[in-house]
Design a protein around this ligand. Structure first.
Ligand code: TTP
Length: 410
């Protein structure tokens, strides 16, 4: 069986982290998101077809031409937006048999695919959808069912409970007939959910599998923090490949990559994952659910908690980084602090595509893009973004988002 992985999206809700790369290559727990998808599909498939467009070179460079010894074919998305358009792009690569389709930006586990294949076979269905029960479906497509079959798919039905569409499907090649008839949706996209409704109307058998495992749709910045926390809590093994100086304390599980040095006085409470060739300490405090990439520097008197610090980035002197994401090749000046809590203890809101969205979190720090230089003594308000390639001068109070490629001074 082949797997078609949809990875052509622009990831606009994850700006500035996706300014120069597709979201599926962003690293969570020091690994590109798309690798988790491929890993969980791997036992069931013999070939991966990746649908690409936005910044595709970065994805091809990240994955290469095979995964676990199985070939990856990259296919350009046909002109037009949406998941159905992305899927249609795979048409010439699918022959005869059923195939799996999965969004490239979701995290799910192997059981989901197992259950989906079982349901598809048991019902002798034409298509199958993976679903999960949620209290609030405002951000999802709702899958309405009758017995073992799907009756309809409703896009963003509001604050109701029920089965959410998780973005993982099995189809037979005849789905392409329905894709070619799928109309443009209200938001100007060709969507798989509309294709499913056309199939149901035409009397095709669409079934579903209800998944009870962990799932994360990495659409917004705080989803990266949640997924990082889940992966470190549930998948991390204590493993030290680097050097730990006398006088450093590591509370397991802590993973430390080759070439990394943990200097005396560093106090690290796992789960914490640190990549290769990084310099940690002396005298820093790294708290649970922190991922620090390759070639990073966390220096003296720095505290980091529940955060993602990507490759080649530094928090070198007197910094506090809490519930934050720091992109690649970014430097924090001495004394720069991220605030991660409102004094009224309300949820932190973040501007996403021009609208303020409730992150649902009481604690959320900064979202800083790639190649950013932050000066000394900069204060960053909770949930604020600093765009990629920006320079923030000494003493600036970041109480508003800073667009990419900006120069901001007091
Ligand atoms: P979305 O998360 O809906 O879209 P996106 O990735 O562009 O993100 P944003 O809304 O923040 O801009 O996409 C769901 C999945 O489908 C995701 O894996 C990307 C993929 N996709 C395509 O491959 N082609 C497309 O044209 C679209 C819209 C999405």
């Amino acid at each position: 069986m082949k797997a078609v992985v949809l990875a052509a999206g622009k990831g606009e809700r994850l700006r500035p982290l996706t300014d120069d790369r597709p979201k599926v290559v962003l690293k969570v727990a020091n690994r590109p998101i798309v690798e988790y998808v491929l890993e969980n599909l791997d036992p069931f498939v013999d070939e991966f077809i990746l649908i690409v467009r936005y910044q595709k070179e970065k994805l091809i460079e990240t994955l290469g031409d095979e995964f676990n010894g199985k070939p990856i074919t990259y296919v350009d998305q046909l002109e037009g937006e949406g998941t159905a358009k992305a899927m249609e792009s795979a048409k010439d690569y699918i022959e005869g048999e059923e195939f799996i389709v999965a969004n490239g930006d979701i995290y799910f586990e192997i059981d989901g695919i197992k259950e989906l294949i079982q349901a598809f076979k048991k019902e002798k269905a034409d298509a199958a959808v993976l679903v999960k029960e949620f209290e609030d479906l405002s951000h999802f497509g709702k899958i309405e069912v009758d017995g073992n079959l799907v009756k309809a798919v409703l896009e963003k039905p509001g604050k109701v409970s029920g089965y959410a569409n998780l973005g993982v499907y099995i189809f037979k090649p005849d789905v392409f007939e329905f894709i070619s008839k799928t109309p443009l949706s209200k938001r100007g996209e060709y969507e798989i959910t509309d294709t499913l409704n056309l199939m149901i109307k035409a009397g095709k058998k669409v079934t579903y599998a209800a998944y009870s495992g962990y799932w994360n749709d990495v659409g917004r910045p705080w989803n990266l923090i949640e997924l990082n926390e889940y992966l470190l809590k549930n998948k991390l093994r204590h493993e030290i490949k680097g050097i730990v100086e006398e006088g450093a304390t590591l509370v397991p599980p802590v993973e430390i990559g080759e070439g990394t040095i943990i200097r005396s006085g560093a106090y690290i409470i796992g789960p914490v994952k640190i990549g290769r060739n990084s310099r940690i300490g002396p005298n820093c405090f790294i708290r649970p659910y922190t991922s620090i990439g390759d070639n990073c520097h966390i220096g003296n008197a720095v505290e980091v908690k529940n955060s993602i610090i990507m490759d080649h980035s530094n928090a070198p002197h007197l910094n506090y980084v809490g519930d934050s994401i720091i992109g690649e090749n970014t430097n924090l000046g001495a004394g720069t602090i991220t605030a991660n809590l409102r004094h009224d203890k309300g949820n932190i809101k973040v501007e996403i595509k021009g609208k303020l969205e409730d992150s649902g979190r009481r604690k959320l720090g900064a979202i800083i893009g790639h190649n950013v230089k932050v000066g000394i003594n900069v204060t960053i308000y909770p949930g604020r973004k600093i765009g990629s390639n920006s320079f923030v001068g000494p003493g600036v109070v970041v109480d508003k988002n800073i667009p990419s490629n900006s120069l901001v001074v007091v």
